[in-house]
Design a protein around this ligand. Structure first.
Ligand code: F0G
Length: 456
C-alpha cells in the first residue's frame, strides 16, 4: 500500500517558475552560492529542513493563544512541561534557535585546551566550540564515513576511538561528549540506543557529561523502533524517553523536529550549570521564561513537539526520504545509503569524478541542479568543512556531499518525483559540469557567504 501524506492541505503558497535562461543569470548574480539566491527564484527549495516546516492548524491556533507576558508566561509553562515530559530533564531554558543554546553552553564549558567529542558536530556547534577556544573532535564509526555502504546505524559514535581519545587527552580536558541525533553532517544517519548506552558507560566511567544534540530526536527514535529489534513494540515517546535518560543535558533547534519556524532550548539536570546558563541567557537572549522567543513561538513549539512523535507522521516522513533515495539508486545516481531521516545526500565525489575536491564538486553539483530544475540544495563537503594547511593548500573534507533536505509536511509526492527527474537528467549529462573556484570567503562558516566562479 502507498504510504500517504498523513494530512490534508488547508493553506497553500504559490511556486514561482523560472526558465533555464533566467536561472543562468540568477546563478551568476549569486556567485554560484545557493544562500545568495532569492527564495522566490527557487522552484523546489531543499536548502534546509530547518524552520521550513508547515505548521498544523493546531499550531496556528496555538499562535493565537500565545501569552506574551514578559515573565512567567503561560506559554512558557506549556513549553517547559512538554520538554520535561519528553526528555525527563527538569530544567528547560528557551533560546531563539539551536546555535544560541550552543553559544551559551560552550561559552560556559568550553575554552582553550578543552576537547568536545562527538559522533559528528554540526557546523554551528563546531563553530561555537571553536570560538570558545576549545576543539571539536568527531569520532564517527568507520562505516559512517563510506557513503554508499548501507548499515542500520551509520550515525553511531566509535566507542573504541572514544576510549583511546580519553586516554590520550585525559578526561579532565573533555568537559562534554555530544551525540548528534540523527547525524546531520554525516548523512542524517541514526544513532542506535545500544550505541548511546555504550557511549554513556564510557563517559560515566570518566565523569564526562553526555549531551544530546536533539534537533531530530523523533526521526532518530523512529529509526530505533524499526531497526533495533528490542524496540519494535515500544512507542516513540518511550524510545525518546530512554534516549534522553542517558543524557545529562541536551540542546535542540526547534526548527527541525518541533515543526516550528524558529526556536530552540537547552534542557539540563544540573542546577549549578543551569544557573550559569540563565545568567548568560539574560544578557544575550532574554528573561528565562522566554529566551528570545515570543510567547506564540513557545506555544507552537510545545504543540509541534508532541505532534512530531505521531507514528503515522514518522512512517510517512522516513518513507518519503527513502522513496526519493530508491528512485536515484535505480538510475545509478551515487547516494548515501541507506536513506537518512531528513535528507537525501548525493555523493558528489562519485557523481563528478572528473572534478577534484580543490574545485568543489559538491558546490558544482548544487549549481547544476539549480540550473536544470530550479532545485536549491546545499553542499556539505570541502566548501563547508575544508581547511587550509600552513602552505595555504586546501585540506578537503572527509566527504563531498550534496544535501537535499526535505522540509516537513511541505512537498507532495509529485514534487519529489520532479526532483528525482531533474537529478537523473543532470546525472546523465554530468560530464559537462565544470569545477568552481572561490573568489571571496569569510574566515568562519565561509559557505554561507562565499562567492565562486566556474573554471573554464
Ligand atoms: N545542530 C544540528 C544537528 C543542526 O542540524 C542545526 C541546524 C543546529 C544544531 C543549529 O540549529 O539552525 O536553530 O541554530 N541545522 C540547519 C540545517 C541549519 O540546515 O541543517 P539552528
Amino acid at each position: 500500500m502507498t504510504i500517504i501524506e498523513p494530512f490534508r492541505i488547508k493553506s497553500v503558497e504559490p511556486i514561482t517558475f523560472t526558465t533555464r535562461e533566467q536561472r543562468t543569470a540568477i546563478l551568476n548574480k549569486a556567485a554560484y552560492n545557493p544562500f545568495l539566491i532569492k527564495a522566490d527564484d527557487v522552484i523546489i527549495d531543499l536548502l534546509t529542513d530547518s524552520g521550513t516546516s508547515a505548521m498544523s492548524s493546531a499550531q496556528w491556533a496555538g499562535i493565537m493563544i500565545g501569552d506574551e507576558s514578559y515573565a512567567g508566561s503561560n506559554s512558557f509553562f506549556n513549553f517547559e512541561k512538554t520538554i520535561q515530559d519528553i526528555t525527563g530533564m527538569p530544567i528547560v531554558i528557551p533560546t531563539h534557535q539551536g546555535r544560541a543554546a550552543e553559544k551559551i553552553l560552550f561559552s560556559i564549558i568550553g575554552g582553550k585546551g578543552k576537547f568536545i567529542v562527538s559522533n559528528t558536530l554540526f557546523d554551528t556547534t563546531r563553530a561555537n566550540i571553536e570560538v570558545s577556544g576549545a576543539e571539536g573532535v568527531d569520532l564517527l564509526c568507520p562505516v559512517g564515513k563510506v557513503p554508499q555502504v548501507p548499515a542500520p546505524f551509520k550515525g553511531n559514535m566509535d566507542v573504541t576511538a572514544l576510549e583511546l581519545f580519553i586516554k590520550e587527552k585525559g578526561a579532565a580536558n573533555i568537559p562534554l561528549c555530544m551525540i548528534t541525533v540523527t547525524n546531520n553532517s554525516g548523512g542524517g544517519q541514526p544513532v542506535s540506543m545500544q550505541n548511546i548506552r555504550d557511549v554513556k558507560r564510557v563517559c560515566s566511567a570518566h565523569g564526562i557529561p553526555l549531551f544530546i544534540d536533539a534537533c531530530r530526536f523523533a526521526e532518530n527514535s523512529y529509526f530505533i523502533k524499526i531497526r533495533e529489534k528490542e524496540f519494535a513494540d515500544k512507542s516513540v515517546p518511550e524510545i525518546a524517553a530512554e534516549m534522553f535518560s542517558y543524557a545529562d543535558g541536551c540542546t535542540m533547534s526547534a526548527k527541525k523536529d518541533a515543526f516550528a519556524n524558529i526556536g530552540g532550548f537547552i534542557a539540563l539536570r544540573d542546577e549549578a550549570l543551569a544557573l550559569k546558563c540563565r545568567n548568560l541567557l539574560i544578557i544575550t537572549e532574554g528573561f528565562p521564561t522566554y529566551g528570545g522567543l515570543a510567547g506564540r513561538d513557545l506555544e507552537a513549539i510545545a504543540i509541534g513537539l508532541r505532534e512530531v512523535m505521531d507514528e503515522h507522521y514518522l512512517q510517512y516522513r522516513i518513507r518519503s526520504i527513502e522513496y526519493l533515495t530508491e528512485k536515484l539508486i535505480a538510475a545509478g545516481v551515487p547516494v548515501m545509503q541507506p536513506a537518512g531521516g531528513h535528507a537525501v545526500y548525493i555523493d558528489a565525489k562519485a557523481f563528478l569524478p572528473h572534478i577534484p575536491s580543490q574545485q568543489y564538486p559538491g558546490q558544482a553539483l548544487v549549481a547544476a541542479l539549480y540550473l536544470e530544475g530550479g532545485i536549491r540544495s546545499v553542499e556539505i563537503g570541502s566548501l563547508m568543512f575544508g581547511k587550509y594547511d600552513e602552505g595555504g593548500h586546501l585540506v578537503p573534507a572527509m566527504m563531498e556531499l550534496v544535501r537535499l533536505a526535505i522540509p516537513r509536511r511541505v512537498y507532495t509526492q509529485s514534487h519529489i518525483d520532479y526532483v528525482s527527474e531533474v537529478i537523473i537528467k543532470v546525472f546523465n549529462d554530468r560530464e559537462q559540469i565544470k569545477g568552481l573556484a572561490i573568489t571571496y570567503e569569510a574566515p568562519t562558516l565561509r559557505h554561507f557567504t562565499a562567492r565562486l566562479m566556474e573554471i573554464s
